[in-house]
Design a protein around this ligand. Structure first.
Ligand code: 9MR
Length: 657
């Protein structure tokens, strides 16, 4: 029997829970944990299993370098990098772009250019063409890599760029990059700049300070962190915070440590965790055998793909201070900004990830209304199944989105939940009772409980939240339906939302201590005289790292297609301020979503955000949102209950952090 939240409860930060993978744990403080990836290894099952289980960001190890992307002048080869970006996107991983301008892995046709204006044109074209190709898909670009000399000079190293264009080449590259993709984060990346007093560190620091003073566009500095056994330098955290205080994010971009000592890894991770603007960590490869320094066994997994002791020390160290806990005025301001959601959104959608699996007693047409939590290393998805004979519930679990479509469908009508109208599930762990709740509609608002989310037979028989439909709903529902019940709690109270397909969102309230009993005081939380503009499928979430709540409501657009509008509020009880709330500026709609693997739907309909945790606070990250939704073949028509709904995943592409 799994009872989450007990073993570590005493040490966990109050608003977080312990995760079992590096990426999930890093995400709890708003950070990413990534790895360098080689396209040629994606077919290696051990490699890709670890990649997709542990990491939520990737850096192509060599595939975005000049000698691959533009080996011949003007002839661009994005194939290998596209393979990595495509895989990463389908697994919800972010991508660091590495690297646009570097003296190494540079084709000889560039290094042999002899005049400044040719080189300037070539450099600008390389930056612009590459960034255009990956527009909207890259978390941060290493615009210039390793431009500073080793040793005591603190000056730039010689290179064709330095020699022909002078000191200004770095600035020119950053300006070209900003012009190519104004929404991309632009980084300077280097090694041996982790020790604060080193001349090279000081040289890079002076450059970044100068750039910030003069308004040269730079957003972040990458510290490669290719470390020896006695590392990190004692001043590493100071270095990170000193750079951050200039107004840039900092990231650890290529971490590996000779012999992978547990303490060195833990101290390196802690240095990042203690700096609010340290937004993520990337290790330079997965297994020791994947490393460019394989002889030194510097990574977190051994050659067989087993976790090394350093893995555990990293996972533990990632459970530290939340990213928002800035102390200096500069970083406090930026952290507040990063924690707030943007006012416009863009998304990239997966293809169909899950489809109905009819069996001899379940003749299913549509898989709908998903609710999802990530717990104990797995995604747990609950969804409605629809057919001409009505609605039921199904449960499936998997470790990785690539396995979603092959996961077994457990029909919950086989257990105590029973047969009959059950739909639109919502799952969460109610920490005060150490119990999982599944909330769903039955005509009333109902729930079942279970101590083990992974046991589909463990759910209790349905119980109702209300003795009957509250009067205020009865008075306003018209010809609508009472649907889509949704529970969220703060530290004192729990709230139950529902919709009526008639332009009203309702909210009832009880105390945390009384839950699941005592829901009274039902009020209209939001209304619209056009019922299609405030139709159904509402989600309410707490945004991590700030006192902000997000409300999403599904609407039906003027094109007849489903989409989401959004509002924010400082408390669950409102009042709600429009965020992205129109057809022209929707929260999520076909017109702000790209479909790299084919536009399989025009509807972005009823679903669930991937949460940062799994408890009753329904906390979501403020960055790089992901939304599991239902969509369908645009050509499908006929009876609503037999429409071919399928599930897909949106990933936000315009995150500002
Ligand atoms: O890990 C990369 C290795 O496969 C390449 O052969 C090498 C070529 O220079 O580049 C390695 O990655 C480097 C990264 O791009 C920049 N920082 C130093 C890394 C290790 O050399």
């Amino acid at each position: 029997m799994a009872v989450p939240g007990t073993a570590n409860a005493a040490t966990a930060a109050p608003d977080t829970t312990r995760a079992t993978t590096l990426g999930a744990q890093a995400a709890q403080s708003g950070r990413y944990f990534g790895t360098a990836v080689a396209a040629g290894k994606l077919g290696d099952a051990t490699y890709s299993t670890i990649l997709n289980r542990e990491f939520n960001a990737v850096t192509p190890e060599n595939e975005m370098k000049w000698d691959t992307i533009e080996r011949f002048r003007g002839s661009f080869n994005f194939g290998p990098a596209d393979q990595i970006v495509g895989q990463a996107t389908s697994h919800g991983q972010r991508v660091r772009g590495h690297t646009l301008v570097w003296h190494s892995q540079l084709p000889s046709w560039v290094s042999s250019i002899a005049d400044a204006s040719t080189l300037r044109g070539v450099m600008n074209n390389h930056i612009t063409t590459t960034m255009n190709h990956y527009k909207g898909k890259i978390l941060a670009w290493d615009v210039v890599n390793e431009a500073f000399a080793d040793g005591g000079s603190g000056q730039h190293r010689p290179s064709v760029f330095q020699n022909l264009l002078g000191n200004g080449f770095i600035e020119e590259a950053f300006r070209a990059a900003r012009a190519a993709d104004p929404s991309a984060k632009l980084c300077y990346n280097d090694y041996n700049i982790e020790n604060w007093s080193d001349a090279k560190t000081q040289g890079v620091y002076r450059m970044v300070r100068d750039f910030k003073t003069r308004g040269v566009p730079i957003d972040c500095v990458g510290f490669q962190a290719h470390f020896g056994t006695s590392s990190p330098p004692a001043s590493f955290q100071t270095t990170l915070s000193n750079f951050a205080a200039l107004g840039v994010d900092v990231q650890i971009t290529e971490l590996d440590i000779a012999q992978a000592p547990t303490t060195a890894y833990a101290n390196t991770v802690r240095a990042c965790m203690n700096v609010s603007r340290c937004t993520g960590i990337t290790v330079w490869g997965i297994r020791d055998s994947d490393s460019w320094r394989a002889g030194e066994n510097p990574l977190l997994f051994d050659r067989g793909g087993n976790k090394k002791p350093a893995y555990q020390s990293v996972l533990t160290a990632l459970g530290g201070t939340a990213a928002k806990s800035a102390t200096s005025a500069t970083s406090a301001t930026s952290a507040t900004k990063a924690d707030a959601l943007p006012s416009a959104f863009s998304w990239s959608s997966s293809g169909v990830l899950m489809s109905p699996k009819p069996d001899s007693t379940h003749n299913i047409a549509g898989l709908k209304d998903p609710s999802v939590v990530h717990y104990n290393g797995k995604y747990h998805v609950f969804a409605s199944v629809a057919s001409s004979s009505g609605y039921g519930l199904v449960y499936l679990s998997f470790t990785d989105w690539s396995q979603a479509n092959s996961a077994t469908h457990h029909y919950l009508d086989r257990g105590a939940i029973g047969t009959g109208y059950r739909a639109a599930p919502q799952v969460f762990y109610f920490a005060p009772q150490k119990t999982w709740y599944l909330v769903y509609q039955t005509g009333n608002a109902s729930y079942s409980t279970n101590t083990d989310i992974s046991n589909p037979n463990g759910w209790s028989a349905p119980r109702n939240f209300y003795s009957s439909m509250p009067d205020i709903i009865r008075q306003n529902i018209g010809n609508g339906y009472w649907v889509d019940m949704w529970v969220i709690c703060d530290s004192a109270d729990c709230y139950l939302f529902s919709s009526d397909d008639n332009g009203h969102l309702y909210r009832s309230q009880t105390t945390l201590a009384q839950f699941p009993n005592g829901f009274t005081n039902t009020v209209i939380a939001a209304r619209d005289s056009n019922k299609y503009a405030l139709f159904e499928a509402s989600n309410v979430y707490q945004v991590q790292g700030g006192n902000q709540y997000l409300l999403m409501v599904e609407a039906i657009g003027s094109d007849g297609r489903r989409y989401f509008r959004s509002w924010t509020a400082a408390s669950i009880a409102g009042s709600w301020t429009p965020l992205a709330a129109s057809e022209g500026n929707p929260f999520a709609r076909a017109n702000n979503t790209t479909f790299p693997s084919g536009a399989w739907t025009k509807d972005i309909s009823h679903g669930e955000m991937l949460r940062a945790g799994y408890d009753q606070t329904l906390t979501i990250p403020s960055c790089r949102l992901q939304y599991l939704y239902q969509g369908k073949d645009p050509a499908a028509s006929g009876d609503y209950n037999t429409l071919p709904w399928r599930l897909g995943l949106l990933t936000q592409t315009n995150s500002t952090c």
